[in-house]
Design a protein around this ligand. Structure first.
Ligand code: ZN
Ligand code: ZN
Length: 371
């Protein structure tokens, strides 16, 4: 099995993030915060670890369904098969994404992508580390039609890659494109927690699906988008961020009097069955921010760079390792990402002389962080 192509694309993503952060700084726009952007990257690395582990199973199941049920023999090298598959994949993606917002079990996984209160290219890499096993059944229809596994994997990558550029505040409205394709403007709405943004604009490449199924909302100039989720977990620890809502659902479901009520907790929408999304006022909204001493920032940057190299190496090499090696090295990446998160939160620091954990001296600094 080939390693995830994300590993090869990562240097380009990191360069694009640096350029966007530079443009934002030059324009005086507060689109970036260093700990938030580093945390987004770390979420992305955890996501790749999970995908690397789960891909074998997902592709094996897809290939088995394809071999057993495929209705048509579709060629892998015809352009119309690729165009048709990307469109069909994007249609399935719309529904996976919609369920990801409207069913708690899947929202617990997808909320990771929405957990940043900033909106920039690093947010595109803030992907869930628990999604692979929940989402793949939605795409099995493509195997039944006869989309070969290699074309399916290619379409999935194209859909994911397309969505990177739409995570930016540096590109404004794009006219008619905003009503046909997913663009920065309509995806800003998707990441908003304003009343008019909730459960809107689920599309991956085409926003036409939202217009077709009644979930489209245009960006409003008079009502600036407030990014993030209404129940923020306020942490730079990506392991905690991946499991926090599952834990909450488990506690809530165990408190229910009947099995039926307990299941409703997992399969109902985040606001509860039959309830409308409540109104929220963002006049006094403050983004999650922790003052971080300069030394800790520098130490975290160095550790994050090392974690980046280790994660790329893991994705490239993991398929050649035995399962014990994959799990062990994946666990080391999880641990390292958690430790950086704890340092960013000021809950521990690596002492440069003794290389041991100690409580840091927190000196407040002005909140104008850019990577
Ligand atoms: Zn979403
Ligand atoms: Zn997004």
């Amino acid at each position: 099995m080939q390693p995830s192509p994300i590993a090869y694309a990562l240097p380009v993503f990191l360069l694009a993030i640096a350029v966007e952060a530079g443009v934002a700084r030059w324009r005086g726009s507060r689109s970036y915060s260093l700990p938030d952007a580093l945390t987004s990257l770390h979420f992305g690395y955890l996501s790749e670890v999970e995908r690397t582990l789960a891909r074998l199973l997902v592709i094996a199941v897809y290939a088995a369904v394809y071999r057993t049920f495929h209705a048509f023999e579709l060629p892998t090298n015809a352009w119309w098969v690729w165009v048709g598959t990307v469109l069909a994949y994007d249609f399935c993606y719309y529904w996976v994404h919609r369920f990801g917002h409207e069913v708690n079990l899947i929202w617990a996984s997808h909320q990771v992508h929405h957990s940043s209160e900033y909106f920039n290219l690093s947010t595109a890499l803030r992907q869930t580390g628990t999604g692979s096993l929940l989402k793949w059944p939605f795409y099995l229809g493509l195997a039944v039609i006869g989309v070969p596994p290699t074309v399916f994997a290619g379409a999935a990558f194209i859909d994911l890659l397309y969505q990177v550029w739409v995570h930016t505040e540096q590109i404004g409205r794009l006219g008619w494109l905003d009503r046909v394709f997913v663009t920065p403007s309509n995806h800003r709405v998707h990441h908003g927690q304003n009343d008019y943004c909730i459960d809107r604009n689920y599309g991956g490449i085409l926003i036409l699906w939202d217009r077709l199924f009644g979930t489209y909302a245009d960006e409003r100039a008079a009502e600036p988008v407030v990014y993030g989720v209404r129940k923020p977990f306020h942490s730079y620890n990506p392991v905690w961020g991946n499991f926090v809502l599952y834990r909450e659902l488990l506690v809530a479901s165990r408190a229910q009097p009947t099995w039926r009520d307990a299941l409703a907790v997992w399969f109902g929408p985040p606001q509860g069955w039959g309830a409308a999304v409540p109104h929220a006022d963002f006049k006094d909204f403050q983004r999650f921010e922790k003052p971080i001493p300069r030394g800790v920032r520098r130490a975290c940057l160095v550790q994050s760079a090392l974690l980046t190299a280790a994660s790329v190496y893991y994705v490239l090499m993991a398929t050649r390792l035995p399962w014990s090696g994959r799990l062990l090295s994946g666990g080391v990446i999880l641990l390292a990402a958690s430790l950086i998160g704890l340092q960013l939160e000021g809950r521990m620091a690596l002492h440069p002389r003794h290389w041991r954990l100690r409580a840091p001296d927190i000196t407040p600094i002005p909140p104008e962080d850019t990577p």
